[in-house]
Every structure is written in structure tokens, then in C-alpha cells.
Design a protein around this ligand. Structure first.
Ligand code: ADP
Length: 661
């Protein structure tokens, strides 16, 4: 799986993003800290060891000063000059021997003005030898006080004291990193030596006293140095510093321990140190291999009076002592670094979590918004990019809400419009069907009219002859003729046929329209007044209800009279058992034209017949022609009007004729 396929939480990313620079910084701080510590510790260690060497040199010089004080003090005793001048060995012994013992001097010798030994406090048996080549004698005899370090060869050492030969003897041991030894033993002795002149009361030099301390196997001095230098450097109660006095490159006095824990006397300084300190006569401050381990060291050459390096003074401490300090400090630093890193992880994790929290809550709100929730609002008010994001989110949520409201509103309007358009369409459809029906009817009427006109025309002439002849027959028959009744019946039927023919001719619109002004109310009143001549009005109540404004319309008064007569006759015929005939006029609905209503209280028209009553020859009456309403329809249409019928809820029906003005 690739890294990019993993899903990391924003909190983790933020934590990592803050931690990486922190960790890098901590890592580099750690490295820098270790580097600085190392350099500092090493530098300080070096500095310390250099200072230690100075202190050691002071201690060494102090010892020399002590010897100087002792010798000088002895040389200035009141009786010293006289005793030396007189060569009085007993007198000399009296003040030399106790001083030597008290002051722990290995050598204390009085010589006369020629350099001849008068008395050796450490070896009284040997005297009389001439020391005129020894600078610690020759130079005091010239009035100079001399002090320093010197090497006394084995042969001469025996003369200075039998025990000194033994004390001076040092078995040279092969030492790692040191030059191979050319000799198995060092028998010569390294001395701190002082030579002072002895003057009589007049200041004339009568002799000299020289004395000193053998440093070979003399551990008191090195221990004293160690005590002074490392007094404060205690490590768990145990001093870890060391001091050494070298004769040449051999340790003749030391407190450095060898592998067995004994003093490493006889071991040698490393070849590197030897080359620098003894051969080139320079100081050594730094790391050096000492006996069996690495030490931080400082070496200083010890010179003879001629300025030749004859040995060295050393102080140092085991490197691992400082290494352990370094390790402790490194450990402490590491703990500090780890703790800071852990605190860093904790803090950045908390901060990361806090920063990620608003993003998470926004994501949750976005999910709720996506799920269709409407009132989604973020309360994050932080003044940063996340606060901006939350603000943008709220604006987006608000905009979505408004858009949704607009869409719902539009939808509602659309539905309303569709409903309106549908009803308009239905109305148009209805009108279309009605128009088509009317067209069909008109076409049918036209065809029937054509036929009827032809038939009527053909029948008219024979009927005129029949009528003329029937009238003649009627006139020629006497009043009491028994056949007169049949002749009258023929005459009545001829009249009926003529009426039918007349109706057919009207129906076929063969008659010419005579246009004029028709006063509706007057016309209707006249028709109602004379209707009794056409149909019996038994049990019929007539109600006339005219609108005064329904004054007049343009049209053919004869044809319109036929229209209203047909309607009134039909209404009366619909009420065979009596009822109320209502004739009314009114202004048109929208103030245009006039409306005439003819209503009855009869049976009404069965619904299945409603669509047929205007068809020619449709009749439900035994002696009906079925032409009345179709003629009425045709006339009204020709006048630009319309005719409608409706059944009344209380029984009966109303015919409603609308005419334009
Ligand atoms: P006719 O009167 O000769 O039957 P019409 O064309 O005048 O012919 O009428 C057709 C039919 O319409 C009538 O037969 C009748 O059934 C019906 N009708 C007309 N007027 C009315 C009315 N006022 N009440 C009931 N039915 C009517």
C-alpha cells in the first residue's frame, strides 16, 4: 500500500508538521549541545590540568624554597662561619646533623673555601674530597646562592650517603607506548639542591653549605603535590588525580598506579611526551597514555642549572573520569531532549487537535447539509482562515436555503401555470368540440335544407291546386251536406301540409331576411298575447318580466318572432297539466346585447336528449315535426347570437337566447 493511499487525520498532519521542525531543531540542538559540551568539557579539562601543573610547580618550588630556607638559615648561624673557617667538624656536626634530621634533608654538606668537604651530615665518615666541579659548591664560593634540580650520578651518590644509593635505585619497566629502555635500572639520583655561601662577620666567604632532598622513591613530595592539586577533586571520597616526578623519562616518584595497584615507579613516559618534553624542552598539555590508560595530562620539563631538561613534573587525571562527567552531562542532555520532545509531541498533539476540531465540526455540518438539513449554521468565530471558512460555509448554507426556497416557489408557480394552461386548453378543447358539432350541424342543416327546399318547392304547386280545389269544393257544398265534414278535414290537413312546407322553406332559409330594428319587449308581449290562438292555455300561468333597458336589437322581426313563438309554444306544450310560463328579458352579461329567457315548469329535457333537440326532425311529440328548434337555432345563429338550454333543479327548463345589439 502506498503512503498516498493512507488516510491521515488533519490532527495527525498538523502534529507531524509541527513536530518535524521541532524534532529537527531538537536534534540539531542536541548535536550542538553535545559538541559544545565536549569542546567545553575538553577545554575546561585541559585548562584545569594546565592550572594543576602550575600549582604542582608551585608546590615543587615551595619544597625547594623550604630547603633553601633551611640551608640559608643554617649558614647564618653565628657559629657556622667560625666552625667552617676553623674546620671544626665536631662543631659543624652540632648544628648540621640535627637540622638535617629535623628537616628531612637527604644531603647536608659543609665545604671550606676551597670546596673541600668538611662534614657530610648524612655520611660523616666520608669527607676531605674536593667538590670544585660541583656548581652547588663553586658558585656559592663565589658568593652566589644556587638552588635547583640536579642529577647526582651513582658513583658520587654513594659518597653522599650509603642509603641514598638504595633509595635512588629504580628498576626501569617496559611501558606501553614508551620508547624501549636502554638500561634496566636508574641508579643516579634526582635532587632538589640548594648551595649557599657561608660568610664570616666581615662578609668574607669562608666556605659553603649545600643540601637537598633525593626525589627518587620520595613519594612524600608527589603525594603532597597531589594533595594540594587535587584537594578539592574528590570523586566519591577518592582522589583521582596523580602527580609524578620523572628522571629522564623514568618515573622515580609517582602516585600513578600500575596494573597491580602499586605505584608505577620505574615505568616510563610515552614516546610522544618524551619527544616533546625532554627532547624539545616544551610543555605538554593534553591527552597522553600514562602507564596503562589514557589520561588528561600536563608535563613540564625540569631543568638542570645549565638549563638542560633532566626530568619532568607531571600532573594528570584519568580521562574516563572526565568521560564519565561527559557521559553524565550527555545523559542529562538526552533526558532533557527526550522530555522536550515528549512535551512537544503532547503540546503539538493538543494544539493539532484544537486546530482540527473546527475543521471536523465544519465537515459534520457539511454532511448534514448534504443530507438535506436546512437550518445548518456554524458557530466558529475564530479570527483566522478557519473563521473565514466557517463564515463562507454559513453564507453558502444561507444561499442554498434561499435557492431552495426560490425553486419551491417557482415550482409552485409552474404548477399553477400548468393548471391554468390545462384549464384553458380544456376550455379551448370544449369550444373546439362545440364548434365542430355546430359545424356538423350546420353542414347537416345545409344538406337537409337543400333537400327540404327542393321537396317543398315540388310540393307547393300541387298543394296550391289541392287547396284551391278544396276551397272550391267547400264553397260548392251546401251547409248541411253530409260530406262537408270530410272536405273540412281535407282542408285542415292541407293547411297543415302548407305549414310544414312553410316551415321547411323557412328551415331551408329560402326566405329573405328583412333587417330592421326589433323592439324585443313589445315583440315578446305581442307573441304571449296571441299565443292562445295557437295552443290551448288551460292551467297555464304566464309571467312576463321585461328589463326596460332591453329595448331593441337589429334583425328580422318576422324571423325573431318565429324564434320566440317556437320557444313559447314548446314551453306550453311541455306543461300539459298546467304550470308557469316565464318570459323575461335582460341586458347581456357583460353589458353587450340582450338575453331573452323562456322558462317552464314542465318535465324538463332528459339529459340524453339535450344534445339532439336542435337537430332537425328530432321530436318526442306524436304530431311534432322536429323542425321548430332547428329553425330557431338557424335564425339565432344568422343574427349573430346564441341559444342555450338548461334544466332547472325544481323541474322544467329554460331556453336562453342571446342577441347582439
Ligand atoms: P316539435 O315541437 O315539433 O317536437 P321542436 O324542434 O320544437 O319540434 O322540438 C323538439 C323537441 O324538443 C320536442 O319534441 C321536445 O321533446 C323537446 N322540447 C322542446 N321544447 C321543450 C320544452 N320546453 N320542454 C320539454 N321538451 C322540449
Amino acid at each position: 500500500m502506498k503512503l498516498s493511499e493512507f488516510r491521515f487525520e488533519i490532527k495527525t498532519k498538523l502534529t507531524v508538521a509541527t513536530l518535524i521542525p521541532l524534532m529537527v531543531a531538537i536534534f540539531f540542538c542536541y548535536l550542538a549541545g553535545i559538541f559544545i559540551l565536549n569542546a567545553k568539557v575538553a577545554g575546561q579539562a585541559q585548562e584545569k590540568v594546565r592550572n594543576d601543573l602550575n600549582v604542582a610547580r608551585e608546590a615543587y618550588q615551595n619544597e625547594l624554597s623550604r630547603i633553601y630556607d633551611v640551608i640559608r638559615f643554617t649558614s647564618q648561624f653565628g657559629s657556622t662561619a667560625a666552625a667552617i673557617d676553623a674546620g671544626d667538624r665536631a662543631a659543624i656536626e652540632q648544628f648540621l646533623a640535627p637540622v638535617r634530621l629535623r628537616e628531612h634533608l637527604d644531603v647536608m654538606v659543609a665545604v671550606d673555601g676551597y670546596g673541600r668537604v668538611i662534614y657530610r651530615a648524612n655520611n660523616p665518615a666520608v669527607y676531605g674530597d674536593l667538590k670544585n666541579t660541583d656548581q652547588y659548591v663553586t658558585r656559592p664560593l663565589k658568593g652566589e646562592t644556587v638552588y635547583g634540580t640536579t642529577v647526582i650520578p651513582a658513583a658520587m651518590l654513594a659518597r653522599e650517603g650509603a642509603d641514598l644509593v638504595r633509595q635512588a635505585r629504580v628498576a626501569v619497566r617496559e611501558t606501553p607506548q614508551a620508547l624501549p629502555s636502554s638500561e634496566a635500572e636508574r641508579e643516579d639520583g634526582l635532587f632538589l639542591m640548594v648551595g649557599v655561601p657561608v660568610r664570616d662577620r666581615l662578609g668574607a666567604i669562608v666556605g659553603a653549605i649545600y643540601g637537598g632532598v633525593l626525589l627518587n622513591n620520595n613519594n612524600a613530595l608527589v603525594d603532597k603535590i597531589k594533595g594540594i592539586v587535587y584537594e578539592t577533586d574528590k570523586n566519591q571520597g577518592k582522589s583521582f588525580g596523580s602527580a609524578t616526578i620523572f628522571l629522564g623519562d623514568v618515573r622515580v616518584a609517582t602516585n600513578v598506579a600500575d596494573n597491580s595497584g602499586a605505584r608505577a615507579i620505574g615505568t616510563k613516559m610515552s614516546a610522544d611526551v618524551y619527544k616533546k618534553v625532554i627532547l624539545t624542552d616544551a610543555k605538554w598539555v593534553g591527552r597522553a597514555f600514562v602507564v596503562n590508560d589514557w589520561y588528561l595530562t600536563a608535563y613540564q620539563p625540569i631543568h638542570s642549572l645549565q638549563g638542560v631538561p633532566i626530568g619532568a613534573l607531571y600532573v594528570g587525571m584519568k580521562e574516563n573520569q572526565y568521560s564519565s562527567v561527559k557521559t553524565d552531562i550527555t545523559l542529562l542532555l538526552s533526558i532533557v531532549v527526550i522530555l522536550s520532545a515528549l512535551i512537544g509531541v503532547g503540546v503539538s498533539s493538543i494544539l493539532g487537535g484544537r486546530l482540527a476540531q473546527p475543521v471536523k465540526s465544519l465537515a459534520l455540518l457539511a454532511r448534514r447539509l448534504a443530507a438535506g438539513e436546512r437550518e445548518v449554521h456554524s458557530d466558529i468565530a475564530s479570527r483566522d482562515e478557519i473563521g473565514d471558512l466557517a463564515g463562507n460555509f454559513n453564507e453558502m448554507s444561507q444561499a442554498l436555503r434561499e435557492r431552495e426556497d426560490r425553486i419551491i416557489e417557482l415550482n409552485r408557480n409552474l404548477e399553477q401555470k400548468v393548471a391554468e394552461r390545462t384549464s384553458e386548453l380544456e376550455e379551448n378543447n370544449r369550444l373546439l368540440i362545440q364548434t365542430r358539432e355546430e359545424l356538423l350541424r350546420v353542414e347537416k342543416l345545409a344538406a337537409i335544407g337543400e333537400l327540404a327546399a327542393g321537396v317543398a318547392h315540388e310540393i307547393n304547386n300541387p298543394m296550391a291546386i289541392i287547396r284551391g280545389n278544396t276551397e272550391l269544393l267547400q264553397l260548392s257544398l251546401p251547409e248541411d251536406d253530409p260530406n262537408r265534414e270530410e272536405v273540412e278535414t281535407i282542408f285542415a290537413q292541407v293547411k297543415r301540409v302548407e305549414r310544414i312546407v312553410s316551415n321547411l322553406l323557412i328551415f331551408a332559409r329560402r326566405e329573405r331576411r328583412e333587417l330592421g330594428t326589433v323592439r324585443l319587449n313589445a315583440l315578446l308581449h305581442e307573441i304571449v298575447g296571441q299565443i292562445g290562438y295557437q295552443v290551448p292555455l288551460e292551467g297555464i300561468e304566464i309571467v312576463e318580466n321585461y328589463d326596460a333597458d332591453a329595448a331593441q336589437v337589429g334583425g328580422d322581426s318576422h324571423q325573431l318572432s318565429q324564434v320566440f313563438t317556437n320557444l313559447v309554444v314548446n314551453a306550453i306544450q311541455a306543461m300539459p297539466k298546467g304550470g308557469v310560463l316565464t318570459v323575461e328579458t335582460a341586458r347581456g352579461k357583460n353589458g353587450g346585447g340582450f338575453v331573452v329567457r323562456v322558462c317552464d315548469t314542465g318535465e324538463g329535457i332528459p339529459p340524453e336528449n339535450l344534445s339532439q333537440i336542435f337537430n332537425p326532425f328530432f321530436t318526442t311529440k306524436r304530431s311534432g315535426t322536429g323542425l321548430g328548434l332547428s329553425v330557431t337555432y338557424g335564425i339565432v345563429k344568422e343574427h349573430g347570437g346564441s341559444i342555450e338550454v338548461e334544466n332547472l333543479s325544481q323541474g322544467g327548463c329554460c331556453f336562453c337566447v342571446s342577441l347582439p345589439e
